[in-house]
Structures are given as structure tokens and as C-alpha cells.
Design a protein around this ligand. Structure first.
Ligand code: MOS
Length: 743
């Protein structure tokens, strides 16, 4: 990495910088998708299936077509012919090729789109959509609840996915020989992303060029998908997502409303805007699938782990496959010679599930970290001591050394900050007035990934910088850390750096997902800076230039100037001398050989205090302490904010969130009043500590990313604390008051 002085490094990286887009967001200047209006725009409103399984026999459209302002209604019989496109989270994990809208008349879930009404105003479109009548053939053998399929013992239900199974040693024999063992089942209810900003598309065709504004976690991904679906070259599709009101995985991949909207815009020759309702969000834009898990662990009397079996099962959909691989991280978590994991899928009559913050791993972590607590109780051992005894000093699954791993410090620091030594292991022994206090803890973890990325870096004649990348800021602070990085590289103040993201026509950048945007984007920005700098040097060393005949190697870049010995030139002057407004360059960066030499993973520890007031049946989380090792935090302020947000969602998994379906397969709590998420009144005292051990094996910035790890461990720590307070072992998330009282 090129830097001018250690001083600017201190100043810009690892610095607490408020988001540079904060003012725009607070003043209404941020152009969210649903706020965008194009000249001559029309409005789309989807009509959704009211049955859960069967066939659409006919649509009665006359009344709707005669409603005021209606321009057209699109459906199976008049829709364009399109091709399917895969949803690939990472190249090696091709998960799904979801069904297209109106592909046929089969109904796979309640809420499946059966028509799109387009009218001159939103209200006209919605009013007409309510007048569309659909005739169906019902199938009664639909499934919305996989828990009902579980026999409660032995193998989990579902179809085993061969690619998910892995094993180390001989877990069966080791379990039989273990002095102490447990065999338990765990489950987590379906959760919905419940983002603030609804999914929305605004599509416009100019000749054969499509521009679509979309609330998206992946503009380049969606551009490529639309190119395939419409059979047009990628350069003829532009996807724009300058700001998004969060996604949590629900906006990683494109959902059918975008395709319907683009088709309608092409057919009408006018822009079409479709904004989903909150109810449609819950019906048709993905969710964290319900998971069933079985864990068997064997240990010796001292607590040394001898065998772990982790079997998982999650919902998938006939409308699009999704494998959450909930047991996937288990072989990497602890030092154990005999580990066997599997994962199964069961198709349910719901829209396709999709990643939701810390997908798979947070679910699997709940089961494993709760099971370890149960094992600790059996061993009469401190749960923290049990984990410390089984620390994995290298990656047990691959045998590779960790690139950097400070989990032991996370355990120790968090325990100290929390006051774990004051814990009484006897359930119900700690009280405060009417409240019974419970302490629980869990290990946190998330894989550290990195992908290929391109970026553009430019020096402008007014002294400002341009930094551009086809990734997006989903509210996490990507604009800000890119500006910090450019400032670090150049010494130019952050206010003079123009960061452009959220546009697929920019150099290809990654999905904002998997916690890999930071580790992926910053090295590309650095590479583009190097490239642009060498262009400046070429100008300076050219015939007649200030550094004519000087070896570019001997020219340094310091705080906006090219310097050689005691001579220097301002970059702005250099551009003016050459009558240039901008010198810019594009470059790429990608992971390399280090991927075969090290295992990259972040770890943390979370400790929770819960309070149970049996007199009024109130369960609350009083305190959360989390210490996390993510390598370097480029911006500790936004990074801590990510961990805090993850803790909130972990509380949701542990205590509140679940989509509930009626006997017709309708998710009746499909709104923010009835789908319970943690709110301000639920918030505990949260103490987040970020260790600062830059991981230079991962990238030159030492950052492993921070978006998801904060959520992991929280549900288990809550459940373990509930056991410590009440003696009741809660294995089915969320721990509602009803479940706790009836346990
Ligand atoms: Mo995250 S579930 O990869 O947005």
C-alpha cells in the first residue's frame, strides 16, 4: 500500500469518521429509489395469489381494465418471453435459478405475482389491482411449517444435500466412546428482513437500453441478471442504487417485481415505477428460512471435545432453491478431531428464502453454542472454560493456519468487561428485587471473504478526487471508508473526495454482502490510485515536463504533490500545465495465493445478562458485552455501529422475530405492527469492543469486514442466560413469553 506519511494513516484509517453521506440522508438529498420520478412515469402495482398451492385457471380483467387511469395489465398470457438467470452468492456456491414472474400458471406460494396493473398514478394502479379477479384450482397439500415434519428424534426430515456434508475423523465411534454426551434438537423460526425501505424499481427504456433504479445490494449482479433474462448485452443495462434503506440480504438478489416492471416499461414505452407494499415485502422478497437442527457432542470428563455431529435442515422453495448450510461453520469452530456435518432441504409453499444477515452461520451458531452450554452443565464446568479448553489454534477443517485469530483475547476481554466471574452457575441463584438474573455467553464467528473488484481513481484539476466503484453503500458506511482510504492514500482531505457508488456502469464491484465489501473494494481503490499516479508521473517526466528525464521510481507522492528531492509540483498545476481536467485510471484487485496458505475467519465473544420478572412475566435483556476481532476496523464508529445492529437482530432471533402462517398458508403477521422486532424500549446496555489486529494476510488494509458477525452468538447467549435464570432450556427460537411459561 502506498502512503505518504504515517501521520495521515493515523488520521484517516482506524479513525472515527461520521458517515460522509449523513447530511444528504438527513436533509432528504439522498435519492432513494422510491423517491425517484421520471418524466411521463407510470405506476405498477402487483396482484398476488390468494391461494398457497394450485393453478391459476383464469383472470377476470374487464372491470380492472376499465378503472380510471389504467394503461395495461400484464400476466402470463401476454407477458414477454424471457430466460431464467441464476442467483449466485459466490461463484463456488451456485444456489438458485429462481422462477420468472408469470412463467406458467402454477401457484407455489401465497403472494406469488399473478398480474401487474400499470396506471397513471399509484392510487389508480392499486385501486384497479384490487378489482382483478382470479379463478384457481386449489391443492390442499401445501406445506408452510417444516417443524411439523420433525419426529423429534433420530434423523432430521428433508433431502440431504451431498455438497453440504463433510467429516473429519470418525465422529460416530468417538461419540460412542465419550464419557459425557448430549443429543439435542434446536429450531429457529422464519425471520423476515423487515427493512425500513421497501423494495422498489423504476425502469425506463431508451431505444434498446434499459435503466433501472432499484433498492439493491448488488447493482452489477442485477445488471448481469437482467442482461441474461432479457438476452441483451450487459452494457445496455444500467442498474442504479445510490442509497438504500438497508437490505440485510433481502436485496442481494433481484426479485420478480423488477423484471415485471422492466417488461411493462418496455411494452408501454414509458417509465414504470413499482414500490412494494409492506405486506408484499413479507410475501415475495425472501426471508431467513426456518431451520431444524440436531447436535450430538461427546467429550471426556475434563471437557475435551471428542466428537461433534451437526445436522441441519432448512426450508427451500419450489420457486427458487436456497441452501442456508446452517451446519457449515461448525467444523471450523473448535479443536475436535471427529466432526460430521450435514444439511437438508425441504420445499415449502413460500417464496424462495434467501440470505439474511449472517446467513446459515448465525443459525448454526445458535444450536452449537447452546449445545455447548448444555454440555457444560452436564460436566459441571464453566461454559467459558469449556470453550477455552477447546480453542482451535489452527483451522481444524482445512488444517491451515489462521491468518490472524485473537479469539482468546475476545473471550478474556469480554468476560472481564461483563463481570463473568460474578456468575453463579446455579439456576435462579442470582436475584435483584423481583427480578431473577441470568448470565449467558457464546462464541461469535463469521467467515472472512474477499472477491475480485475494479475501481477508478481520478485526480481533478480543481484538486478534488474522484473514486468510483460499481458496489453500493447499503447504510453500512462504504462511501465513508472509501473516502477515508482515498484520503489516506493521497493526503487530500475527505471533503474533497467525490465517491461514486451504486451504478452498474462504474467498474465492476462486489455485492454488499457476506461482510466482504470492505476487504474487496479498498484494495481495488488502492490499485487504481497506483495506476492514476503512474499516469501523473508520466506527465511530469515527459519531454518539457517538470521532471523531464527523472526516473518515475524516484518521484514520490506527498499530500497532493509530486516530489523529487527538493523539487515538487502540485498535481493541480501539473494538470493545468497539460490542459487536463482529469487524470484517471481503472484497476482491479483480487485475492491471491494467500487463500491457499491461510484460513480467514473473524471471531468474537458475546456475554448477555437477562432479567426475568416472574411476577409480571417479563423477560428482558439488560446488558450485552461483545468483543470482536475483525482485523482492522477502517472506521471504528461505523464498524461498532454494525456490531450493535447485529446484536439487535440477534435479540430479534432470540426473543421476538417469527413469521406466522394461518391454516390457509397466509403469513398473517406481515406488517411491522404484528411482526415483532426489538425496539428502543427493548434495548439493553450494549458495550462493543473491537480489537485492533490488522490482518495483512487478508489484504493490505488489514480489514476482514464487520457486517454480520455481531449477530452471531447473541441468540445462544440469551438462551443460555435464560437457563441460568430459570433452569429452563429453550431450544426453539424465539423465546417468547408463552414458550417460557409453558416450558
Ligand atoms: Mo448479507 S445476508 O450477505 O446481506
Amino acid at each position: 500500500m502506498t502512503t505518504d506519511t504515517g501521520k495521515t494513516r493515523e488520521h484517516n484509517l482506524s479513525a472515527e469518521k461520521p458517515r460522509i453521506d449523513g447530511t444528504l440522508k438527513l436533509t432528504g438529498g439522498a435519492d432513494y429509489t422510491a423517491d425517484r420520478n421520471l418524466p411521463n412515469q407510470t405506476y405498477g402495482y402487483p396482484v398476488t395469489s390468494t391461494i398457497t398451492k394450485g393453478r391459476l385457471v383464469s383472470l377476470e380483467l374487464d372491470e380492472a381494465l376499465n378503472m380510471p387511469g389504467v394503461l395495461d395489465i400484464f400476466h402470463h398470457d401476454n407477458f414477454d418471453k424471457l430466460s431464467r438467470s441464476p442467483n449466485s452468492f459466490a461463484e463456488e456456491n451456485l444456489t438458485s435459478e429462481p422462477r420468472l414472474p408469470f412463467e406458467d400458471n402454477e401457484i407455489h406460494y401465497q403472494g406469488q405475482y399473478i398480474a401487474l396493473v400499470v396506471a397513471d398514478t399509484f392510487n389508480h394502479a392499486r385501486a384497479a389491482a384490487l378489482k382483478v379477479k382470479a379463478n384457481y384450482e386449489h391443492d390442499d397439500d401445501f406445506l408452510t411449517d417444516i417443524k411439523a415434519l420433525d419426529r423429534g428424534e433420530g434423523e432430521l426430515p428433508g433431502e440431504e444435500q451431498p455438497g453440504d456434508a463433510s467429516s473429519l475423523g470418525d465422529a460416530d465411534s468417538a461419540l460412542k466412546g465419550a464419557a459425557v454426551s448430549i443429543d439435542q434438537r434446536y429450531s429457529i423460526a422464519q425471520e423476515n428482513h423487515s427493512v425500513m425501505e421497501m423494495h422498489a424499481s423504476v425502469a425506463q427504456w431508451e431505444n434498446d437500453m434499459l435503466t433501472i433504479y432499484e433498492s439493491s445490494q448488488g447493482v452489477v449482479f442485477q445488471r448481469n441478471a437482467l442482461s441474461k433474462i432479457f438476452g441483451i448485452p450487459p452494457e445496455k443495462v444500467t442498474v442504479i442504487s445510490h442509497f438504500i434503506g438497508s437490505g440485510f440480504g433481502g436485496k442481494l438478489f433481484m426479485w420478480p417485481h423488477a423484471i415485471m416492471t422492466a417488461v411493462a416499461a418496455r411494452r408501454l414505452g414509458r417509465p414504470v415505477k413499482t414500490v412494494l407494499s409492506r405486506q408484499q415485502e413479507y410475501l415475495a422478497t425472501g426471508y431467513r428460512p426456518t431451520s431444524l437442527q440436531r447436535i450430538r457432542i461427546g467429550a471426556d470428563d475434563s471437557g475435551k471435545l471428542l466428537s461433534i455431529h451437526h445436522d441441519g435442515c432448512n426450508e427451500s422453495s419450489p420457486a427458487g432453491k436456497h441452501d442456508d448450510t446452517v451446519s457449515g461453520a461448525t467444523p471450523k469452530m473448535y479443536n475436535c478431531d471427529n466432526v460430521a456435518v450435514t444439511n437438508r432441504l425441504i420445499d415449502v409453499n413460500k417464496c424462495p428464502p434467501c440470505p439474511m444477515r449472517a446467513p446459515g452461520e448465525s443459525s448454526g451458531n445458535f444450536a452449537l453454542e447452546t449445545a455447548l452450554d448444555e454440555l457444560a452443565v452436564k460436566l459441571e464446568m464453566d461454559p467459558l472454560a469449556l470453550r477455552k479448553k477447546n480453542f482451535a489454534d489452527k483451522d481444524p477443517a482445512s488444517g491451515l493456519p489462521w491468518s490472524s485469530n485473537h479469539l482468546q483475547e475476545c473471550w478474556d476481554n469480554a468476560a472481564k468487561r461483563f463481570g463473568w466471574d460474578k456468575r453463579n452457575a446455579t439456576p435462579g441463584a442470582m436475584t435483584d428485587g423481583d427480578e431473577i438474573i441470568g448470565y449467558g455467553m457464546a462464541t461469535q464467528s463469521w467467515e472472512a471473504m474477499r472477491q475480485h473488484c475494479s475501481a477508478r481513481f481520478g485526480f481533478r484539476s480543481d484538486g478534488s478526487l474522484l473514486v468510483a466503484c460499481g458496489t453500493q453503500d447499503i447504510g453500512t458506511g462504504t462511501y465513508t471508508i472509501v473516502a477515508q482510504t482515498a484520503s489516506e492514500l493521497t493526503g487530500v482531505p475527505i471533503e474533497m473526495i467525490d465517491v461514486r457508488l451504486g451504478d452498474s456502469s462504474l467498474p465492476s464491484g462486489p455485492l454488499s454482502g457476506g461482510s466482504f465489501a470492505t476487504s474487496t473494494v479498498l484494495p481495488a481503490v488502492s490499485a487504481a490510485f497506483d495506476e492514476a499516479l503512474s499516469q501523473l508521473k508520466s506527465l511530469a517526466t515527459a519531454e518539457g515536463g517538470v521532471f523531464e528525464n527523472v526516473d518515475p521510481e524516484n518521484i514520490e507522492f506527498q499530500g497532493g504533490r509530486l516530489v523529487q528531492g527538493d523539487r515538487s509540483v502540485e498535481v493541480t498545476q501539473l494538470l493545468k500545465d497539460n490542459q487536463l481536467g482529469l487524470v484517471d485510471a481503472e484497476a482491479s484487485a483480487q485475492p491471491g495465493d494467500e487463500q491457499n496458505q491461510y484460513s480467514f475467519r473473524s471471531f468474537g465473544a458475546v456475554f448477555v445478562e437477562i432479567r426475568w420478572d416472574p411476577g409480571i412475566s417479563r423477560l428482558r435483556v439488560a446488558r450485552v458485552v461483545s468483543t470482536i476481532d475483525i482485523g482492522r476496523a477502517i472506521n471504528p464508529m461505523t464498524a461498532r455501529n454494525q456490531v450493535e445492529g447485529g446484536i439487535v437482530m440477534g435479540m430479534g432471533m432470540g426473543m421476538f422475530e417469527q413469521s406466522e402462517f394461518d391454516h390457509n398458508g397466509y403469513p398473517y403477521n406481515n406488517n411491522l405492527a404484528d411482526y415483532i422486532v426489538p425496539v428502543n424500549a427493548d434495548m439493553p446496555d450494549v458495550d462493543v469492543e473491537l480489537l485492533d489486529y490488522p490482518d495483512y494476510h487478508h489484504n493490505a488494509f488489514g480489514a476482514r469486514g464487520v457486517g454480520e458477525i455481531g449477530l452471531t452468538g447473541v441468540a445462544a447467549a440469551i438462551s443460555n442466560a435464560v437457563y441460568n435464570a430459570t433452569g429452563k432450556r429453550m431450544r426453539d427460537m424465539p423465546i417468547s413469553i408463552e414458550k417460557l411459561l409453558s416450558a
